[in-house]
Design a protein around this ligand. Structure first.
Ligand code: PLP
Length: 387
């Protein structure tokens, strides 16, 4: 089968040594081989997050995609308290929907997709209402917006609230300073900027907050976060049978990042994003959000009004390039291009050259089904799609 170049925010093309890692020997998850493997992964995760006081933090690994980590946090830390979800896109909405299932006192402060979180509104809300926990997405993948961890963390702290963050599409690409930003728990997944296969997720949290979960009501069996903590603390194991070979792959992906150097990794991803973005601007394309607000992982781009995004994707796929389409209110209006995983600078140049050819191949009669969206109209259109 031909190799695809995954210009997506994940899953990604993985390194050769990550591919090889899943071919390792068979081990039992109740033997010391696995204990050592999990210990090694936990240590490396804490290094990736550049935690200074390692003794105060733990990381647990869950067999399940990023949603599993989010659901384990949301079902395990709230108890009967009040949780406020901040949302400015699809994944903020998902946090709200997950929380509603488990927590009757779930509140939502919603902003339009691709709109920055309004700090004044958030502060006013927190001052007016008794909120015990604030949750948000770091990199809102639906628009590419990077939300401000430090500022929201400070607001949560000033109002006596715990801060939890979905870092599924930012961990491994952007700085997440849990200590400085007052983050109690954050979630992420193996398959995005971490550079491994999909199927594992993890939660990094403060040890004292993990300890407190012991006294809270149990709302799920498989995703009980306290149980994951208890097992790693006492046995360096997982409560249920883990996808062992994915753990080998995750360990290798973390070794790769640490060998490269965490800040070098961030800089390399940003360099790729910059080249990709400049190349797309040179082709006359326009971005949905300002570059200063973007995460370094992906770029959300308006599809020119005479082009059908499905056909555009198909033509790129014929050249072995995979990109994303916009979802929700961005459907048929945007496409998304990621720059993580094993994509070389040559791959990026190939993408830009191919994209130029594909854009030129469209003529105005080929398809006319798309609603044109002009940048200056964005705000009103986004408001429409929220209603
Ligand atoms: C920010 C964010 N949160 C959660 C998820 C859900 O992750 P998964 O599909 O791995 O369950 C995604 C997936 O793209 C995401 O980007």
């Amino acid at each position: 089968m031909e190799k695809y170049l995954l210009f997506t925010p994940g899953p990604v093309n993985v390194a050769k040594n990550v591919q090889m890692a899943i071919c390792k020997e068979d081990i039992c998850h109740r033997e010391t081989d696995f204990d050592c493997l999990l210990q090694s992964i936990e240590n490396k995760l804490l290094k990736l997050f550049e935690i200074k006081t390692i003794a105060y933090y733990r990381a647990v690994v869950i067999t399940g995609s990023g949603t599993a980590a989010n659901e384990s946090i949301l079902s395990s830390v709230v108890g009967n308290k009040n949780i406020l979800i901040l949302s400015n896109g699809e994944f903020g909405e998902r946090l709200f929907n997950i929380s509603k299932i488990h927590n009757k006192n779930t509140f939502l402060l919603e902003f339009a997709w691709a709109e920055s979180l309004d700090l004044e509104k958030i502060e006013a809300y927190l001052q007016k209402h008794q909120i015990d926990i604030v949750a948000m997405v770091h990199h809102e993948t639906s628009s590419g917006m990077l939300n401000p961890l430090e500022k929201i963390g400070a607001l949560a702290k000033a109002n006596g609230a715990m801060f939890i963050v979905d870092c599924v599409s930012s961990a491994g690409a952007e700085v997440i300073d849990m200590e400085k930003c007052n983050i109690a728990f954050c979630s992420s997944s193996s398959s995005k900027a971490i550079g491994s296969y999909s199927g594992l997720s993890f939660v990094v949290g403060k040890t004292e907050e993990f300890e407190k979960l012991k006294n809270l009501p149990i709302k799920t069996t498989y995703l009980n976060l306290y149980k994951f903590y208890e097992f790693i603390k006492t046995l360096s194991q997982t409560p249920n049978t883990p996808a062992i070979h994915l753990f080998f792959a995750l360990e290798q992906a973390l070794i790769n990042i640490l060998n490269e150097g965490v800040s070098n990794r961030y800089a390399n991803i940003r360099r790729k994003a910059n080249i990709l973005r400049q190349g797309m601007l040179n082709l006359g394309l326009k971005f949905v959000i300002d570059q200063t607000k973007m995460c370094s992982v992906l770029t959300t781009v308006y599809i020119p009004s005479h082009i059908n995004v499905n056909i555009f994707r198909q033509k790129l796929r014929n050249k072995s390039i995979i990109i994303y389409e916009g979802k929700g209110c961005f459907k048929n209006r945007v496409f998304q291009v990621g720059n993580i995983g094993e994509l070389s600078f040559d791959d990026i140049q190939f993408f830009l050259d191919t994209q130029r050819e594909v854009l030129q191949s469209f003529n105005h009669t080929e398809t006319k089904t798309i609603v044109s969206i002009k940048k200056e109209n964005l705000n009103s259109q986004l408001m429409d799609c929220q209603n």
